[in-house]
Design a protein around this ligand. Structure first.
Ligand SMILES: Nc1nc2c(ncn2[C@@H]2O[C@H](COP(=O)(O)OP(=O)(O)OP(=O)(O)O)[C@@H](O)[C@H]2O)c(=O)[nH]1
Ligand SMILES: [Zn+2]
Length: 196
């Protein structure tokens, strides 16, 4: 599989209904839905949903695509993979970076596939902890490596723009599988390389 750009086809199928409901929300918050600036907003929001909720239809295992045999059994790190997601509590954006490290056991995946995996796991309603463990579990399942470690950094708009309003606070989550669980030197090597 080369580059497949996923879209949420359910959103496309239900376009009219979604647009109608967005328009209704605008009306209910006190907006003039007929003013010029808002006329195309329901359609724009619907198109945006096709994109930001495109993760529902992808099979994350397939996204890793072609894996190949390679006898490199030392640490491989793909760091600073940017993601944008929506928190399932408020439907507010949260975003940041994913760092992945793994110890291959004879099978590696194309580097871009890690970024594609991050895209499909994050482009749906999520919580940061689940993003972290889903990525670790999928890599563990597909590549069957000696070990995997995933670190996710995130800034949550539901904590910045509303509620506690703590702009700039950062959430860091990690998940370890296989040898990363028991080998603290390996974890330290991974952390020092992603923080260098
Ligand atoms: N653990 C976790 N919590 C999250 C994530 N995204 C948002 N939240 C939290 O989900 C919680 C929802 O709490 P509720 O008390 O039901 O909602 P709320 O009244 O809007 O809470 P406040 O944000 O404290 O005003 C909040 O504490 C959010 O900060 C996430 O990715 N992981
Ligand atoms: Zn939230």
């Amino acid at each position: 599989m080369a580059s497949v750009e996923y879209r949420n086809t359910r959103v496309a199928e239900n376009r009219e209904q979604i647009e109608k409901h967005v328009r209704e929300i605008l009306r209910l918050i006190g907006e003039d839905v007929d003013r010029e600036g808002l006329l195309d907003t329901p359609a724009r929001v619907t198109r945006m949903y096709e994109e930001i909720f495109s993760g529902y239809e992808a099979n994350p295992q397939d996204v890793l695509g072609v894996t190949f045999d390679e006898q490199h059994e030392e640490l491989v790190i793909i760091k600073d993979i940017i993601y944008y997601s929506q928190c399932e509590h408020h439907m507010a954006p949260f975003f940041g970076k994913v760092h992945v490290g793994y110890l291959p056991s004879g099978k590696v995946a194309g580097l871009s596939k890690f970024a594609r995996l991050v895209d499909v796991v994050t482009r749906k309603l999520q919580v940061q902890e689940r993003i972290t463990s889903e990525i670790a579990d999928i890599l563990d399942e597909v590549l069957k490596p000696h070990g995997v470690m995933v670190v996710v950094e995130g800034e949550h708009m539901c904590m910045c723009s509303r509620g506690v309003k703590k702009y700039g606070s950062e959430t860091i989550t990690s998940a370890v599988r296989g040898s990363f669980r028991t080998d603290s030197t390996l974890r330290s090597e991974f952390l020092s390389l992603i923080n260098r």
